[in-house]
Ligand binder design. Sequence first.
Ligand code: NAP
Ligand code: MG
Length: 483
Amino acid sequence: MTGTTAEWEYAPAPESTKVEIKPQYGLFIDGAFRPAKAGKTFETINPANESVLSTIAQAEAIDVNLAVASARRALKGWRRAPALERAKYLYRIARRIQERARELAVLETMDNGKPIRETRDEDIPLAAAHFFHHAGWCDKLRWACPTADGSVPEPVGVCGQIIPWNFPLLMAAWKIAPALACGNTVVLKPAETTSLTALRLAEILQEVDLPPGVVNIITGAGETGRELVAHGDVDKIAFTGSTEVGRAIASTVAGTKKRLTLELGGKSPNIIFADAAIDQAVEGVVSAIWANQGQVCCAGSRLIVEESVADEVIEKLRLRMRSLRVGDPLDKNTDVGAINSRAQLTRIERYIKIGVDEGAQHHEVCDAALPAKGFWCRPCFFTGVQPAHTIAREEIFGPVLVVMTFRTPDEAVARANNTQYGLSAGIWTSRGSKAYEVARQIKAGVIWCNTFNQFDPAAPFGGYRESGFGREGGRSGLSAYLA
Ligand code: NAP
Ligand code: MG
């Protein structure tokens, strides 16, 4: 091989930005868009160039009341609707997401900063898949969650759902699809920096004639979420986001009759044994930590490599990292797009500095120029990392990998479990018995063998310990929406 892949030239392949973005969006309450009562708004920007995309209504307590009241009114009809009627709506939503897939992918990439390759091939198809999957469950709930007397289980009621900015439409689908399938109604709050695809989904709900009030979408910042959590007429809160906010929500909900599921952060291990197919494992590391700029709750952010192959893995990782293209998220060649916000970039940079200050070695090899505007962070990894280092313990939520080594499977397991989180793990080995033995001992909600970041609506997802509780997807996910 002469030179490195970094020297390859690519012709730019930008996706067209011709999608409709309205200059203003209202709140989606009772099947219609309306301004916030107090008239407050906020701007959403494209993190790849800092341009303002749209102005969005900011919901306050009075708007949250209206949304919850609308969901309460709609509950009566929706929970009693024939199961196959509910299924038809979910199918229609799924089909409409597919039909508008390009538009949704472009919108998501512009609002979030993630590469179009990911929104086009992963976020949007998976969002549609969640609605398809749950459409199929509507008339089978009796088998999803059997009741003592064989009757159809009842929905929980009005569900308040709060989602983060890292997979905006996908998280909305994860939350809305099972809730509706079970006969619940919803008030959803997207993250402040990424409301646009949720609002486009609201348009889709209008297009498919979903009865008014079954889904309400209230935009705003953390305060809007707090109002929703504290609201007296909400039966369940489903939250995905940081462990810190998750803790605050748990204490607000404690002592009330509200049900709660929390999907929080992680610091997931990715273990490579010497007998693994090393090239495949390195590809797995790339997708585990550099997909979505590492802003993934289940990112494989701690690489734990068997000592005898550590040099080889690190060398191959360095070479592979060189070939990652960082830049315009709308370019189809781009591997690593923009960080979602300035605040998140600052947080990542702070952790990189802490890693260097604590004595770990920082490796960053992509040297291509970055755009002048926007929030950018080159992928990197740290070696010489000790388990006590801050960067080995805390969730960074960025394209920053820490590499540690082990000598025996027991040591690998001990390192992997040395965390307050328990969301996911990866195991790379060519021996099935070893994969099984190690997986059995790792405390994580999702464990991938010889792959990473694979999602399927039928497979439950969720964590242990500070990664939260409750499962989303599959039968376990449905039980969280049934009384
Ligand atoms: P976050 O603050 O927990 O936000 C998640 C959602 O909760 C957003 O919609 C947020 O609104 C809302 N929110 C904020 N404060 C709230 C409160 N007191 N009550 C109710 N809702 C509230 O997470 P973030 O700011 O997006 O990111 C911070 C860190 O969270 C990340 O760096 C990462 O460590 C972690 N995170 C984890 C996941 C995951 O999937 N597990 C996803 C994203 C982030 P606004 O965004 O509008 O403020
Ligand atoms: Mg934005």
